[in-house]
Ligand binder design. Structure first.
Ligand code: NAD
Length: 424
């Protein structure tokens, strides 16, 4: 922890969180110190400034980042985040998590991440387009279908990916659909990509419920964050028969012990001017901090990092946490959750459905042949189920929680590849 913030919780550095799990897994794995040092250091960190003309004619300077953590298993892969909280340490942590995530689900990508410090909600479509094209031009030598392949993350979506394809293709003088994933369908996107991360959360939650002997139709769930990952996780868990009793987003939270109509909530967010849950009347209004502490069996943090901390971990009532967001639990909170006997399906496994279908999108772009939605779901479900079983088996073999087990599985794979490729 570094300093404190306005919410009363400490401000945690996600890079410290990543490193502390890395060090624990390296110790258990008996990883050679020199190899560990290579794996800890990002391959490449790029910082750019982009002067953008705003709608009122003024010029604002934005700062953008791209970190390629590792390309040992394949080209770098990872989303681009637009948020005022973006900073280099956060991007470095997210890039490393992508390396471990791709390794956990066994897809041939390394890890990368990008971000621009901006508040997309206060920008017009034209301003966002100029910013995205500016960022792409600045990163044109970093990105590439065989080098580093971005995707959406918080604050970005299909439209930004379409602008990136267009700008990158123009600069390179050739169409290059495979340079990003998470594209609109008409522009080489994959069926099933929009739902992929939430679907992976549901699949891994289902595997975890089976291990705990929980019947989906007899359990309740709370979801923090109601964007792409949160809303789809909630929808698919509800389809399994799970009762969703709490949801929240930036506008606040809702609690209804009788169950929230998730489809109605999604419709509300789509139609409301603010694209939030503001004004949705499906339950009792609660303040944001309270959502994680609601009575429930399953908790899905799907908003942002550093939400489960030593300040609130002890108050969590769920028996199972499935991490839809990246880094929602700080390293200091892990032992508290462990002591309470809560099973945590860690982010690098639980939210890996997104990158898995991103990989399928890249494969389809390169084949020039597109799969049915049913094939995408079937293949990604298989990948996620297998990854869950591998991590669960490693947690039993090494006597560790699933988070450290996931790091062990991933780091072992990347370290083996690194040794085979050599370090010259
Ligand atoms: P999004 O922008 O679609 O949604 C984020 C949601 O979180 C919004 O509903 C927002 O209102 C809410 N939120 C923000 N701050 C909050 C707060 N303090 N309390 C409660 N809610 C808050 O983003 P997303 O794509 O759904 O990503 C969510 C998380 O999942 C991020 O950590 C992201 O890195 C991770 N993730 C996303 C994908 C993907 O495919 N989209 C894949 C893997 C991981």
């Amino acid at each position: 922890m570094t300093k404190s913030n306005s919410t009363g919780h400490g401000v945690y550095n996600p890079l410290d969180s990543m490193m502390s799990r890395f060090n624990e897994a390296a110790r258990i794995l008996g990883l050679d110190e020199q190899i560990a040092n290579v794996l800890k250091s990002p391959d490449k960190c790029v910082i750019v400034t982009m002067p953008i003309t705003m709608d009122d004619g003024s010029i604002r300077v934005f700062e953008g980042y791209r970190v390629v953590h590792s390309d040992h298993l394949g080209p770098g892969k990872g989303g681009i985040r637009y948020s005022m909280d973006v900073n280099l340490d956060e991007v470095k942590a997210l890039a490393a998590w992508m390396t471990w995530k791709c390794a956990v689900v066994n897809i041939p990508f390394g890890g990368a991440k990008g971000g621009v410090k901006c508040d997309p909600r206060t920008m017009s479509k034209g301003e966002l387009e100029r910013l995205t094209r500016g960022y792409t031009r600045a990163m044109v030598d970093v990105f590439g279908p065989d080098k580093d392949i971005p995707a959406p993350d918080m604050g970005t979506g299909q439209q930004e990916m379409a602008w990136i394809v267009d700008e990158y293709s123009k600069v390179k003088g050739q169409n290059s659909l495979a340079v990003v994933t998470g594209k609109p369908l008409v522009l080489g996107g994959s069926l099933g990509r929009v739902e992929a991360t939430g679907r992976g959360v549901m699949i891994t939650a289902r595997s975890a419920m089976a291990k705990l002997g929980m019947k989906p139709t007899q359990v309740t769930c709370v979801v923090q964050g109601f964007g792409n990952v949160g809303s789809i996780s909630a929808k698919l868990l509800a389809q399994l028969g799970v009762k969703v009793v709490g949801i929240s987003d930036i506008s606040g939270g809702l609690y209804n012990p009788n169950g929230i109509d998730v489809l109605k909530a999604i419709e509300h967010v789509q139609n409301h001017a603010s694209h939030t849950l503001e004004g949705f009347a499906g339950g009792e209004r609660i303040v944001n901090g309270a959502i994680l502490e609601l009575p429930c069996d399953i908790l899905v943090p799907a908003a942002k990092e550093d939400q489960i901390t030593p300040e609130n971990a002890d108050k969590i009532k769920a028996k199972l946490i499935v991490e839809g967001a990246n880094g929602p639990t700080t390293a200091e909170a892990d032992p508290i959750l462990r002591k309470k006997g809560i099973l945590v399906v860690p982010d690098i496994l639980a939210n890996a459905g997104g990158v898995t279908v991103s990989y399928f999108e890249w494969v389809q772009n390169r084949l020039g042949y597109y799969w049915t939605e049913e094939r995408v779901h079937r293949r990604s479900d298989r990948v996620l189920k297998q990854a869950f079983d591998n991590v669960y088996a490693a947690s039993e073999k090494y006597g560790v929680d699933m988070r450290i087990a996931a790091y062990i599985v991933a780091m072992d794979k990347v370290a083996t590849t690194l040794k085979l490729r050599g370090l010259f």
